[in-house]
Design a protein around this ligand. Sequence first.
Ligand SMILES: [Zn+2]
Length: 103
Amino acid sequence: MNGEALERIPCDYAAGCPVAKTKGGCGEDTHHRFWPASIYKTLIDVIFRELSSNKVEICRRLHEEIHDGDPPEKPSRKFMVRAINRTNQKRRKMMRATAEQRR
Ligand SMILES: [Zn+2]
């Protein structure tokens, strides 16, 4: 579990989202900023891809538009390890602050 909320890009119904008018309407699902999943295979790859900061709750139409384009270049292992460590440091800081508040 990680407590950070995902960034959210909701459906803009007012802008006339074409998916909004279909059966079931438009909705939001989770987009992984680093894709396709098939090239993220190692444990580091997977943890990095699943970081809250690397995911976004996004309108289905916009999500499809993103996947019609080219995927981002896969970052180096070093870059991914740094991002994971930064997230862990932030999480530890938050946990420490919460523990102090409870005292
Ligand atoms: Zn939409």
